[in-house]
Design a protein around this ligand. Sequence first.
Ligand code: FES
Length: 213
Amino acid sequence: MSEETKPAPAPAEKAAAPAATAGEAPATPPKPTVAKPGSKQTLTKPIAETGNLWMTRRNFLSRAGWVAFFSFVGTMLLGSLRYMFPRVLFEPSTVFKAGFPTDYPVGAVSTKWVKDYRTWIVRNDKGFYAIFAQCTHLGCTPRWLEAEGKFKCPCHGSGFTMEAINFEGPAPRPLERVQIALAEDGQLLIDTSIRFREELGQWSNASAFLNYA
Ligand code: FES
């Protein structure tokens, strides 16, 4: 076959990359380098990857900002609500009905109302009186000791008779009595806000003792 009749080379062969010449290593893509801490070496990471990292930080900062904002708004709202509900100390009423006289045996001290109203009710053969359960030394709440027939303060040992007279310990004066009366429905009516002190001669007040034969 003559040269004139030889077929032309295929275009793919023309476009192929130049082959490595004999003795040369084949070309390899450059490796990404990582900057060492503190060095000024330029990162060669892909831009898209670097951009994602930056966006993640931005998202984090953005969310933290929103959290702080809503926390602030919530605190302000709670503060505003607090002013709509003024601080009021709800204390139990000082006036209460203590049941009917027949509920109380003669010669007994009733501790039924100590927990809620800090008051003992005592019935003797002439009637009723009510004692405020607060020690006249430093204000502790004494206990009624049935077996010993006395009120005993657990703080410093003051003792009081069934009539509320101090007879031992540091208490300087008798316990105080409180107002007692009969309500319209026949129940005992107590008001612990009205007190009577023995050393001031107030136990003779008509409201300090309820005659009930
Ligand atoms: Fe009761 Fe001191 S408070 S004895």
